[in-house]
Write a protein that binds this ligand. Structure first.
Ligand code: IMP
Ligand code: MG
Length: 168
């Protein structure tokens, strides 16, 4: 598989993102919210680079049914269990593509009145956007190629690759 982002580059960038987040949320009650399953690997590395007394939670939606294209329908499979109103919430995503997923998820989370809600995505495929969603923290902007690894899957496979590869 062709490597798009190496393990070393990932670790370097994640460390910097962690430092940025540490500065931005100092003194604030921070909840880092992981979007399962794709963001799990990134999330595990990222939270260990944030030096704050943060809390974590998980949510899961599904919109891709074993294909490389979203079917446009977002199903909520797991809601966060902590009361979001108590926190500055940072939603951690693997990749921001068309924006369909987050465009649906964000209003749903805002219903709980978090102190603030921002997005941190490892990857951003800007040119694919169909809905106006922007992330506060972006690991890497990438071109329109289907990628796998470091949590990202194709039909549930390849999540365990330690790098981001171009799926062919
Ligand atoms: P969106 O709703 O189109 O923004 O897509 C977001 C979701 O689609 C991500 O959380 C991923 O699960 C999945 N996705 C989008 N592009 C890719 C890719 O290149 N590789 C693997 N998953 C992707
Ligand atoms: Mg996925």
């Amino acid at each position: 598989m062709d490597i798009l982002i190496s393990e070393k580059e990932l670790q370097k960038r994640v460390k910097l993102l962690g430092e940025e987040i540490t500065k931005a949320y100092e003194g604030k009650p921070l909840l880092m919210l992981c979007m399962l399953k794709g963001a799990s690997v990134f999330f595990a590395d990222l939270i260990r680079n944030v030096s704050l007394p943060l809390e974590i939670d998980f949510m899961r939606v599904s919109s891709y049914e074993n294909s490389t294209e979203s079917n446009g329908e977002v199903k909520f499979l797991l809601y966060p269990s902590l009361p979001l109103a108590k926190y500055h919430v940072l939603l951690v995503e693997d990749i921001l593509d068309t924006g369909t997923t987050l465009y649906t998820v964000i209003p749903e989370l805002l219903k709980q009145n978090p102190l603030s809600l921002k997005i941190c995505t490892l990857l951003d495929k800007k040119e694919r956007r169909k809905f106006p969603v922007e992330a506060e923290y972006v690991g890497f902007s990438i071109p329109d190629v289907f990628v796998v690894g470091y949590g990202l899957d194709y039909a549930e496979k390849e999540r365990n690759l330690p790098y981001i590869g171009k799926y062919i």
